[in-house]
Design a protein around this ligand. Structure first.
Ligand code: C5P
Ligand code: MG
Length: 192
């Protein structure tokens, strides 16, 4: 089994790269952002709560996100492992994930792959994505900049926690999609 965390600021290409990684290694993608959007689309209580944060570019409270993740990991799957995309986003989520994977999957997080992209490129990419994504949080530069601010104030420290465990690897997230995927594959192959 492989459990990998795909890390990086909003717009760094986590979702795009997750698609290539799941195909190559038969993994299941767990995107907490996608799970929130599914709930928002279906107007569930969880969706309404999440929307009040997401539309401002803020993080949803830890326990809400953690409970949603636990529910997701309880679903049966025949995948060979998991990609956590957009989770953990805080130190508390990082600690929770460590416990959750041990309890639910009996396997630790093996590696944290971090996509490195300059802030101004992130803003450019997200505004462009907003033209077609229909995502309210991609449609406005102030919200996008707030998401990046949340990343620096709350999420960046997640990298330090994985660094301490010797599980943190940075990959340049600017370039051709395939070229970036190949660099990620090379890192996963090292630990397989
Ligand atoms: O991961 P993604 O960029 O799709 O997340 C979209 C939004 O969902 C974030 O900007 C944030 O508001 C919310 N989110 C969160 N906590 C997470 C993942 C996503 O609050 N762990
Ligand atoms: Mg995403």
């Amino acid at each position: 089994m492989i459990n990998l965390v795909l890390f990086g600021p909003p717009g760094s290409g986590k979702g795009t790269q997750a698609q290539n990684l799941i195909k190559k290694y038969n993994l299941k993608q767990v995107s907490t952002g996608d799970l929130f959007r599914f709930n928002m689309k279906n107007d569930t209580e969880l969706g309404k709560l999440a929307k009040s944060y997401i539309d401002k570019g803020e993080l949803v409270p830890d326990q809400v996100t953690i409970d949603m993740l636990i529910d997701e990991l309880k679903k049966p799957t025949d995948a060979a492992g998991f990609i956590f995309d957009g989770f953990p986003r805080t130190a508390a989520q990082t600690e929770a994930l460590e416990q959750i994977v041990e309890e639910e999957l009996n396997h630790p997080i093996d590696i944290c792959l971090s996509l490195i992209v300059d802030d101004e490129i992130l803003v450019e990419r997200l505004l462009k994505r907003g033209e077609t994504s229909g995502r309210t949080d991609d449609s406005n530069e102030d919200i996008i900049r707030n998401r990046i601010k949340e990343y620096y104030t709350k999420t960046a420290e997640v990298a330090e926690l994985y660094k301490k465990q010797g599980k943190y690897i940075e990959v340049n997230g600017v370039g051709e999609i395939e070229e970036i995927s190949n660099k990620l594959f090379a890192e996963v192959d090292k630990i397989k």
